[in-house]
Design a binder for this molecule. Structure first.
Ligand code: DLL
Length: 433
């Protein structure tokens, strides 16, 4: 089933017409209603009538996270705050948080794109969905909730945490869909084992997992252990929350809803368009949002894109799984290292668990060092020391050939790495630079 078949399967030329009309209206709207954008346009001598088609988007300036933070709390709003229906705030590590405001129409848009997403994952009206993303200022819980209601699903809003209760409710109400972070889906396996439940017999058939990076190996682990289809959902608070892009059952890229969230892939260093298929930074323009529309927002997420029609029938462009972030990339002795590369190597080794932490440090007068703590199966700990060391060496060698930099690996006991009910914290950077 395709929720907005007319739009999601539209001929590319028709889609382009819609995008062009929307971009023209958006440019006029922000110029009229937002002083930050007006100043940015004036600074480069751009007037709204310079924008005639979607291809003119390249004439417009980028928007970055600091534009949002610097104008905290209301600067990027294009409508009076008294007219808002809902406000979410994303936690930042430094400075002001990022505010996201929704008008009534924006909430309708959010419900619509989330209904498209859930449908794309394989949900059907009348299914029950267990929403184990956090409800609150984080956009995960509410976004899923609105989309589920729009689609006619029945919602079990468990939010995150209280894992044993999650599992009991799953057993009692038999939801077919599970929505949570992929790391929480793995974490719940441990409680299932303690409760002597067979996870392969769970009622969940489809997972809608996102909000954090996860590799194909992690997907296989979840699909195999829970006996379910694990689909990837992408989104970010600044744009709307979850519901920007979603995988269908073919799992060959995430369909991005480009009639409302126009994607570009750029070279993060130069800002120039990357060629089709090449990896680069995802830049999104919200074509129809009212409260805080964003023009050419630099997400810092690294993806590639294809415009080929999908076997499922959708013509919408598809982005790859998120390959990393321009700011998550760790630079070790001048070499760019992405946590996703490390995860891929770790999970290709038998007996290694998808629970790990990457610790980066720089001792005085020494070069940067990476140490990776990773959990292994219980049975390895009963083995002799020599065998453990053998596995450590094997992983180290493999990592060195992939990363071109040495990373020390430490196998640690099951359950010794802190778990997260939301987004997992994979990197601890102790360097003071
Ligand atoms: O994480 C929204 C969301 C909620 C998406 C539930 C999916 C499911 P933020 O907290 O603002 O919003 O974080 C956004 O998380 O820029 C990515 O770096 C990362 N991210 C989100 N989805 C994925 C994904 C929500 N599927 C930031 N794969 C984004 C990898 C993801 N990274």
């Amino acid at each position: 089933m395709i929720w907005e078949e007319k739009i999601e399967c539209m001929a590319p030329a028709d889609l382009k017409n819609i995008q062009s009309e929307r971009l023209k209206a958006l440019t006029e709207y922000v110029y009229k209603n937002n002083s930050v954008y007006r100043k940015k346009f004036d600074a480069i001598g751009l007037i709204p009538s310079d924008v005639k088609t979607i291809d003119d988007i390249r004439k417009l300036p980028f928007t970055v996270k600091d534009d949002m933070r610097d104008s905290y709390p209301f600067g990027l709003f294009s409508m009076p705050s008294k007219d808002l229906s809902e406000i979410h705030v994303s936690s930042g590590t430094t400075g002001n948080p990022t505010v996201v405001g929704y008008s009534k129409q924006d909430l309708k848009l959010w419900s619509n794109v989330m209904a498209r997403s859930l449908c794309c994952a394989g949900a059907l009206p009348k299914d029950t969905i267990q929403i184990a993303y956090g409800y609150g200022l984080f956009t995960g819980g509410f976004g899923m909730h609105y989309g589920a209601l729009e689609m006619g699903l029945s919602v079990l809003p468990t939010s995150s945490g209280q894992t044993k209760r999650q599992l009991k409710l799953m057993n009692d109400f038999k939801p077919r869909i599970l929505a949570c972070t992929p790391s929480y889906a793995l974490y719940m396996l441990e409680d299932a084992a303690e409760m002597k439940m067979d996870p392969r017999k769970s009622s969940w058939e489809i997972g809608v997992f996102g909000a954090e990076p996860w590799s194909e190996s992690m997907r296989h682990e979840i699909e195999d252990k829970w006996n379910m289809l694990a689909t990837d959902i992408y989104g970010l608070s600044e744009i709307i929350g979850p519901g920007v892009a979603q995988e269908c059952a073919y799992k060959d890229g995430l369909h991005i809803f480009s009639d409302v969230f126009y994607p570009e892939i750029i070279d993060p260093a130069t800002g120039e368009a990357a060629p089709e298929g090449a990896s680069g930074e995802l830049v999104i323009t919200t074509l129809t949002k009212q409260a805080i529309p964003l023009i050419r927002y630099r997400t810092r997420d690294i993806v590639s894109i294809t415009h080929q029609k999908c076997i499922c029938g959708r013509t919408s462009p598809r982005i790859s799984k998120i390959k990393g972030r321009t700011d998550d990339m760790i630079i070790i002795r001048g070499i760019n290292v992405f946590p996703s590369q490390i995860e891929h190597v770790l999970l290709s080794v038998e007996g290694v668990q998808p629970h790990y932490q990457i610790i980066v440090d720089r001792k005085a007068g020494r070069l940067d060092e990476i140490e990776i703590d990773v959990e292994v199966d219980e049975k390895f700990f009963s083995d002799e020391m020599k065998k453990l060391q053998g596995i450590e060496h094997k992983i180290q060698k493999e990592l060195e050939s992939v990363l071109s930099v040495f990373a020390k690996v430490r196998l640690v006991e099951p359950r010794s790495i802190p778990r997260s009910e939301g987004k997992a914290k994979r990197i601890i950077d102790k360097r003071t630079i």
